[in-house]
Write a protein that binds this ligand. Structure first.
Ligand code: KG4
Ligand code: ZN
Length: 341
């Protein structure tokens, strides 16, 4: 086993082209090219995303190596996101990673994007404790909402997940209804800061056990806004802060309620959050409050490792490298890559 291990990681599952270079469990560079092109469409346009990845990937990989001060010849492996994600987007990253691994004659390492969100907690950070096993992780992103029971870096089990929309989608679709650009989650967060969380009441969604459902909430927000606009065409402008605060409160309260149930059921008090929505200030505050009440030890990722980034692909790749769990060059990306593959 070489020491230290240098990896190049590539993430291209959705609308972020990202490349990172790692030295063991430390991230030396983590660069992200966010595609602005989707803003006005209210969501990611797959064809445009693939094209943007194609344009971004070479410069972002070169820059990641330059910032890390690591030469191509020093790399021990190439990690890439195999899925889940948008097929065209994944193909760009996978093809690039495969070509590099073949031309440098170094191992190729496939990474599951959802595992990587969780494993981002193991990126070395002198100021942070890493969660001990087993712990629970609420992974909330644009495409997924999962409660994961983490036994080990290579043993992750879903104990609850969404039956329809993801939490991030609930934020983004609300934003779209309010006329805010994509991705709307961060904008709702910003407006919510100035609003009252109990100004408007939305019925908490319902799903059995530790599962989630968000599609009903989206519909009730749509009707609420339609009725508000009928009574006053300026309804959104006048109430945007209160609407955002109330929607955010409903989503966060629902997520926290399921997390409490999971903690009680599995008797685990080490609780982590991950994924894009874990950047939400309402969610972070609610978790901190709960930690005090329930005597939980909580793990909140730094902002740069919440939303999609290649740093998390690098750390997931590092653990696979340690197990010499490499991929064949014939491997293909999978849009619906299962959690356990
Ligand atoms: O993990 P991620 O970058 O991509 C996926 O794997 O889907 O998550 C993106 C999602 C989007 O829905 C975005 O609106 C949401 O994370 N998001 C937020 C915040 N920052 C990002 N949602 C609420 N509040 C935020 N501050
Ligand atoms: Zn993600």
């Amino acid at each position: 086993m070489p020491s230290p291990i240098f990896l190049l990681a590539i993430e291209s599952s959705c609308d972020e082209t990202s490349a990172a270079v790692s030295r063991d469990d430390s991230i030396l560079s983590n660069l992200i090219a966010t595609q602005k092109i989707h803003e006005t469409f209210g969501g990611v346009v797959p064809e445009l995303a693939s094209r943007a990845h194609q344009l971004n990937i070479l410069p972002i990989v070169s820059e990641a190596l330059r910032v890390a001060k690591v030469k191509k010849n020093d790399l021990h492996g190439i990690a890439f996101t195999r899925g889940p994600g948008l097929m065209g987007s994944l193909m760009v990253g996978a093809s690039f990673a495969k070509s590099l691994a073949a031309s440098f004659s170094i191992p190729l390492i496939e990474v599951n994007h959802m595992h990587a969100h969780v494993l981002a907690h193991f990126i070395r950070n002198e100021e942070k404790e890493v969660p001990p096993f087993p712990f629970l992780c609420l992974t909330v992103s644009g495409g997924h909402t999962q409660i994961v029971l983490v036994h080990a870096p290579d043993n992750l089990e879903i104990i609850g997940e969404t039956l329809d929309d993801a939490a991030g989608e609930a934020f983004d679709k609300t934003a779209k209804i309010l006329g805010l650009p994509y991705p709307g989650g961060p904008l709702i967060d910003r407006h919510a800061e100035h609003g009252k969380p109990f100004a408007f009441h939305f019925k908490s969604p319902h799903a059995p056990g530790l599962h989630f459902s968000f599609s009903g909430l989206k519909t009730s927000i749509m009707y609420f806004i339609r009725d508000g606009l009928k009574a006053d065409p300026d309804f959104i402008n006048k109430n945007i802060a209160d609407i955002c605060a109330s929607v955010q409160h409903t989503i966060v309260h629902y997520l926290m309620d399921k997390l409490i149930q999971a903690s009680d059921k599995y008797h685990i008090k080490h609780i982590a959050i991950a994924g894009g929505v874990s950047a939400n200030s309402g969610l972070r505050n609610a978790l901190q409050e709960l930690a005090k009440q329930k005597n939980w030890t909580i793990y909140i990722p730094p902002f740069e490792y919440c939303t999609d980034n290649a740093g998390m692909i690098a750390i997931a790749g590092y653990y696979k490298y340690l197990n010499r769990n490499f991929s064949d060059l014939s491997i293909a990306p999978l849009a619906g890559l299962p959690f356990v593959s």
